[in-house]
Design a protein around this ligand. Structure first.
Ligand code: ACO
Length: 432
């Protein structure tokens, strides 16, 4: 029998069961709290709330551990690739050779968006924010593939393999089409001979008569960037996907909502904010030390972007991997990026500063991912879109977990009302 947690309220005691995760995470099961005590659990920001039981990703923020389906991120970064890890995130296990072949083919074969959608993408203003375009297009996938987005769970699950491939592949294609359209350029057709990452770079940058030439270091860096972002348990955007999915919404609607949640600077927008910060520091002639002082004072509203994490109170393991990859990439490509020097200064200064140390503020994945993306030629306003392309398998897997749970209830938090108490309507002529 599991341990019981006892809650004392006035003279009454209430017992609640506890739950343990496979990695020893402990939770008190408060699902009956309101019905037995009349109280609800107050946890603004959900920092102490286990919103679900999930089998996809494990994080130990104190120890700096991240595992997809049990496998450490370090091993996946070293030995796997984005699509193989995506398969495992979606379906639970590493694929066999034939399963992986089939999955890669399905993603490749679904890379082209419908011609109608390609037309629609041209309709956005040239200066439309890429995340705005992405969110619209993810929602619109249900309009161009209605048979995959019926909101009938059984049907949507039956078509899951196809819908997942469309979501993963066409996010990349549509993002590249929107980018080219914003540049006044015709879109490129997907090239099935290329890997997922190389195809994306081809869609973005190939010009007529100049076939895309893969550079192994570039291919590897992009693939790694996507793999490191592929899932991160119940973050803001993934929780949003689950929230929307819990109401029975189809995959495309759910991931469109997730992408909107990702847009904010405290979440997926941070990689863009890091580059903006580094550029500003560079332009001001500062080596980073004045900025650190400003970020510490809190008065300017500035924060050291790319530092701190809601869950990691230690090094973000992804930052270690991408930081190393970033140095290797710039080295191999002979790129001398002054922003990287500033980033290194900031990192060293912050890691030796009591303000950051005492608050457990370490570099997160975005601290270096922006520099990697810049080296790949991706413009800064596309950085959050790149995050979304990487995160898609995680969103899709979380949608599937909800959709496959027959006991799933619609997610519906409570609140503590603090507005005016009961009062009467005052007719216009009597208002002062
Ligand atoms: N720079 C300076 N001070 C910071 C920073 C930072 N980057 N992050 C947190 N702090 C300080 C806060 O001012 C606060 O100080 P106080 O205790 O004196 O008031 C303390 O550290 C705790 O801050 P919270 O905001 O409560 O920390 P929380 O864990 O909720 O926030 C967050 C995490 C939002 C990521 C925050 O660290 C931040 O804004 N970082 C910069 C943005 C960023 O890099 N976001 C990417 C997140 S990773 C991702 O989404 C992939």
């Amino acid at each position: 029998m599991s341990k019981q947690a006892v809650l004392k309220l006035d003279d009454n005691e209430f017992a609640f069961p506890t739950i343990e995760g496979v990695e020893d995470e402990k939770a008190v099961d408060f699902r009956s709290l309101r019905s037995t005590t009349g109280y609800v659990a107050y946890d603004e920001g959900y920092g102490n709330t286990g919103s679900c039981q999930s089998e996809i990703t494990f994080i130990d923020g104190e120890a700096g551990i991240l595992r997809y389906r049990g496998i450490p991120i370090e091993q996946l970064a070293e030995q796997s690739d984005f699509l193989e890890s995506s398969y495992m995130i979606l379906y639970g296990d590493l694929p066999s050779q034939s399963q992986l072949h089939e999955f890669r083919s399905r993603v490749r074969d679904n890379a082209a968006v419908s011609p109608l959608m390609a037309e629609a993408l041209k309709g956005f203003a040239a200066d439309a924010p890429p995340m705005g375009v992405l969110g619209s297009m993810l929602g619109a996938l249900s309009c161009y593939n209605p048979e995959l987005a019926t909101n009938d769970r059984a049907v949507d699950l039956e078509n899951f393999d196809q819908a997942a491939a469309v979501a993963i592949a066409q996010t990349a294609t549509a993002a590249a089409l929107a980018f080219r359209s914003s540049q006044g350029k015709e879109g490129n057709a997907p090239d099935p001979s290329l890997s997922f990452g190389d195809n994306f770079l081809h869609l973005m940058f190939s010009e007529k008569g100049q076939p895309y030439e893969a550079i192994p270091e570039v291919s590897r860096a992009l693939d790694l960037m996507l793999l490191l972002h592929a899932d991160h348990e119940q973050n803001c955007s993934t929780s949003t996907v689950r929230m929307v999915a819990s109401g029975g919404a189809n995959l495309f609607a759910s991931v469109a909502a997730g992408s909107a949640a990702l847009w904010g600077p405290a979440h997926g927008g941070a990689n863009m904010a890091v580059i903006k910060m580094l550029e500003e520091i560079r332009a001001s002639g500062d080596d980073g030390s004045s900025f650190i002082e400003e970020a510490k004072s809190g008065q300017s509203g500035k924060r050291l972007m790319g530092f701190g994490h809601r869950v990691y109170k230690n090094f973000d393991p992804r930052a270690k991997i991408i930081g190393k990859a970033c140095e290797e990439l710039l080295d191999k490509m002979g790129i001398d990026d002054p922003c990287l020097d500033i980033a290194r200064n900031l990192e060293q200064a912050a890691l030796a500063d009591d303000y950051f140390v005492s608050r457990n503020l370490y570099p997160n994945v975005d601290f270096y991912s922006g520099i990697v993306l810049r080296a790949l030629g991706i413009p800064a306003d596309m950085f959050t879109v790149m995050f979304a392309i990487g995160r898609m398998p995680g969103w899709v897997a979380n949608w599937r977990e909800i959709a496959m749970n027959p006991k799933m209830k619609i997610n519906r938090p409570r609140q503590i009302y603090q507005g005016p108490a009961l009062r009467d309507y005052v007719p216009m002529e009597s208002r002062g």
